[in-house]
Design a protein. Structure first.
Length: 468
């Protein structure tokens, strides 16, 4: 029955996608030849576009079926599905162009092809998002549910059960526990049953009561997974293994495959692959735009510094960035020259006598940070990320602050999640690290945009924060 449901949804999604692909092709054709937006003096043969449309439908269906794009995605995210959509549609486009090259009699406008690809991506992605949200709504109301059995220790099984229960949109209903030791957690005894032995487990599964099995075991009991596989190897259920990584899984843990090997990454950067390309593009475009906009202000600040205290315009200081690499960070000089010659690297106090009159105003408005736009364009920093610190201070922090160095898995930023919450400069290090790691763990481009918007709106103002 479950397989029939999956095949139904698979066919429904494929049919829907082919309809939206067809609409995107018609839209591109109409925009090119019948809207007046483009030159229509170039002759075209409508029959060629009909042939191309049929080729597109065939290529799309074959590529997306080959990539298993329409598999169940109950535990997946819309972001991951969108990335797969982009990859599959790019492959389909390349095959489509190769077919056109082989049958060179079909001549198409390049504008039609480009507009089609962009619009089809948008329409199909939007339709999948609507479909996913519709399923989630149905699951919250008790439809499209899957019955789950959890195998494991009481602590891990109970923790996993509570997590699955909190995500009602997944549509996973826990019907029983098979514990390797101990008793069912008291908070769950009224909701689920404990399965006594292998025979009862097999009876439930063969009776169609169980759809999915989650195995939650500590690492020292991982060998039992082979035994569980032998029990369930011939049963029609999906098995998920949830290893207990404890405190090790601290930063965007993920599972990768290499030459048939499953590799669990415990610490990884969110800014890899496509994300790195996307974030760098935003940094370059917005950074260059900001530099142009603030150029007159920076010129006035330069004149003010020269006229008030003389000396160098910029304050250059070594900081630590991505993967512990050192770079020279730029700021407008707000203190007297050689301010740290006698004190060494220390944070500035609120009424620090080393701060110049112009420098005090720069610090209050945070305009002394503007030269870091140059660091952003150089690729040493990002617009958004954890604030960089000096190596001598970092050597002290890492001794007393757990996981401090994990903040260097991304580029340092001009502003960040901790900064907009007031944690910068001489404030609680533990709170700053908590916010920095939360930013890395839950990074998204949309979150970066929100941080930038809040930074511009608030102007970095916070009476708890001082510069470093």
């Amino acid at each position: 029955m479950l397989k029939k449901h999956n095949e139904f949804f698979k066919g429904l999604l494929l049919t829907s996608d082919l309809c939206f692909v067809s609409f995107a092709w018609w839209l591109a054709y109409t925009a090119r030849f019948h809207t007046g937006l483009f030159d229509t003096s170039e002759p075209f043969i409508a029959r060629h576009y009909v042939i191309a449309w049929l080729i597109i439908l065939g290529v799309w269906a074959v590529v997306f079926e080959w990539a298993d794009f329409y598999r169940p995605r109950r535990l997946s995210t819309h972001h991951r599905e969108t990335l797969e959509l982009i990859k599959c549609s790019a492959i389909a486009l390349l095959i489509f162009l190769a077919v056109l090259f082989i049958i060179h009699e079909v001549v198409l406008s390049r504008i039609v092809v480009v507009v089609f690809w962009c619009s089809s991506l948008f329409l199909v992605s939007l339709s999948h998002h609507v479909f996913r949200e519709g399923l989630r709504l149905a699951r919250r109301r008790g439809y499209n549910l899957r019955h789950v059995l959890i195998i494991g220790t009481p602590t891990l099984a109970g923790s996993l059960a509570n997590r699955l229960k909190s995500y009602k949109r997944l549509g996973l209903r826990i019907v029983g526990f098979y514990l390797t030791e101990g008793e069912v957690p008291p908070s769950l005894t009224d909701e689920v049953t404990r399965i006594a032995g292998e025979e009862e487990l097999a009876t439930l599964i063969r009776g169609g009561t169980i759809d999915q099995v989650f195995v939650a075991l500590p690492l020292e009991q991982a060998a039992k997974l082979r035994q569980i596989q032998e029990w369930l190897g011939d049963e029609p259920v999906t098995i998920h293994f949830v290893p207990d990584l404890g405190e090790m899984a601290t930063l965007r843990g993920s599972v990768e495959e290499f030459d048939g090997l499953q590799i669990i990454s415990l610490q990884s950067s969110p800014h890899a692959g496509w994300n790195a390309f996307l974030k760098r593009g935003v940094d370059l475009s917005l950074g260059a735009l900001a530099l142009v906009i603030f150029a007159p202000v920076m010129l006035l600040i330069t004149i003010a510094i020269k006229c008030s205290s003389g000396g160098p315009i910029f304050y250059r200081q070594e900081r630590m960035g991505l993967d512990g690499r050192r770079f020279v960070m730029l700021k407008f000089r707000s203190m007297v020259e050689d301010a740290e010659q006698s004190t060494g690297p220390v944070w500035a106090a609120e009424d620090d006598p080393r701060v110049t009159p112009v420098g005090r105003w720069l610090r209050q408005t945070n305009l002394d940070e503007l030269p870091q736009l140059i660091n952003v364009l150089r690729g040493e920093m990002s617009l958004v990320g954890p604030r960089p610190e000096r190596p001598p201070l970092i050597n002290e922090f890492r001794k007393s602050i757990p996981k401090y160095m994990l903040r260097h898995k991304v580029k340092a930023g001009m502003t960040g999640w901790a900064q907009i919450h007031g944690w910068r400069g001489n404030t609680s290090l533990a709170s700053r690290i908590e916010y920095d790691l939360d930013y890395i763990e839950n990074w998204s481009l949309w979150r970066d945009i929100k941080i930038l918007a809040r930074t511009l709106f608030a102007g970095f103002r916070n009476n708890r924060a001082s510069h470093s």
